[in-house]
Write a new protein. Sequence first.
Length: 661
Amino acid sequence: MKTRYLSAILLAASSCLLAACGGGSTPVRPSVSPAADPPQPPPPPSSAPAEPCPAPITANCVVDTPSAAGDQDMTGGRQSDYALVKRGTATLTLASHSRNDNLPPTVDFRFSGGTTVEEGRLRIYSNATLHSNVVVQAGGSLSVGGTMTGDLDNHGNTLLGAKLIGNVINGGVLGAGASIYEPPFYSSNSIEGNYKQTPSGTLIAVIPMTAYGSTMTGGFVSVTGRADIEGTLRLVQYTDDWGPYPLLAAPFTMQVLHADGGVFGQFAQWTSPGLFITGAVRYLPNDVYFDAIAISVAPAMAAAKAGDALTLASAARFDAVLDHASFANAPDAARTPEQQRLLAAAGLIQRTQSFDQAIRTFDSLSGSGHTAAIEALLLQSSLPDASLMSRMDSVRPGSRLGAWSGQTSVLASGNGAFTGVRAGFDQWLGDRLALGVSLGTSEGSLRFGHLGGTARDRSPQWDVYLQQLVGDGGYLFGDIGYGRHQLDTRRAIDLGIGQFRVTGLRDLDLLRAHVESGQHFRVGNGRVTLFGALSHVALHGAGFVEQGGTGFELIAQPSTHQRTRATAGLRFGQAWRSGDRVTTLNLATGYSQVLLARDNARAAFTGAPDAMFALDALPTARGNGWLQLGIGTGNQRWNLDLDYARLAENQSLMLHTRLAF
């Protein structure tokens, strides 16, 4: 019967739909696309995962919390005659009804069969207590935020942030919690019982530090019974989401352990968070202290013979900045962003564990890439432009003078790339005296070698030159030039956790003077020129501020640099003619000696602008040999030269093109 009624209803509904679509006449099926499958209904909301081991517990409570499943809570307390076994690499938290509820009522977890942490972390939250003997295996960790009653056998990692009522045997790593927001935990980081540390055990003590205008001095363990100690004492820095922070200025004393029943034995060794703490462990009948004599970088680096003079100077500068950084004790709101970044970076540097890394860090803090770029400019400017000297070297009485242009490109170089364009005009003022002027521009790049970083140089330049021909083959040449250089520097500061990009822009004014005297001699089909020269280069650099994110970027004051050099050398040239084409071979060599070197460059870090220091340069030889070998071809109107040059330690391959009009 029900089927018959259902069929009638469906038939009536179909007739109505057809009549509506057909307008009361013969039904017409409209042309439509097939309907899409209807969307699947959303899955029902998943119910919250069931808490492990609900009451009543009738067997051992084995909780497996793999990392893929995430952390898990056990709330409300448990009373069991069986054991709790924690497995899996995630965290199991024993808490009241909410981990965000630190207020009473406090709930109690009792596992009379004992507790074993095989792997991952077991955390006793501050609103919970645990009554159970606990074994922490090598792959596990225990965090005591609430009270624990029972003996602890620790072979993994235990953080004691509250009270443990029972005896402790530590064959793993045990440390007391510390916070800058609370006073020292003389009673709360306590063991109401005996403490024994085996030869494989490590006790962690937190080094005092200053942050937010207050000093944190907590982070040691207090024992009501006796303490028998062996193994290792490990000093650590306090840190949090806003750290790390620099260490407290030495000398200072920090408490490591207190035992009402007495301290017996000594630590076999102590370790620190970095390379730069000097001090000793001091034992009293009921207390253990660590006396920090100094926290200084430079003496530790010098004792280890780590780095060169530049590295050690940079390390000493780091020590001086922290010694005078009074803002480290100021509240956070009273510090500038640059000061906050400098303190955070200093905390990272003080945690350096490797002298190789320390060398890289302090070399990058030296800022000597700037002085290396300046030294390269001073050395390069000690000799006149190569295309100009090649032109004047070919001048003879009656030679054609006039307008000329030249281009120089460095095809390969150990220090970087360079290209320059120069044009000039010269004319005879008499039979043997020529005067000329030239204008040019250059653009190049310089690499800082082991310091890392590059500098791009853009410079318009001008020269006024004079050459007097003397006797048979002699000459006297003089040149005065000026260049306006703009250095765009890019380097990195290495803090051990990565390299931080630093940029800077600086204007430099360079004035140079060069006087040279020489004599040409015919040797077979070639010509030898003996010459001596004296040059002086003066450079004035404008102040600049580097941009970066560590607080150790440079604020540089205006600086001055001067070099006076004496140069002696010889040139050999030979030419082969074919019609109006001349092919030449040129060899030049000599030695340059610095007679006067003056530098006045001072800078500070952006995070400590009042702590000025001398911006040291890389050690450079006062004497340098140089060599140039070139081949060329051309005529009176054009010339093409390919030169190999070695100046000091830098080698380069250059292409010169010259045109005369």
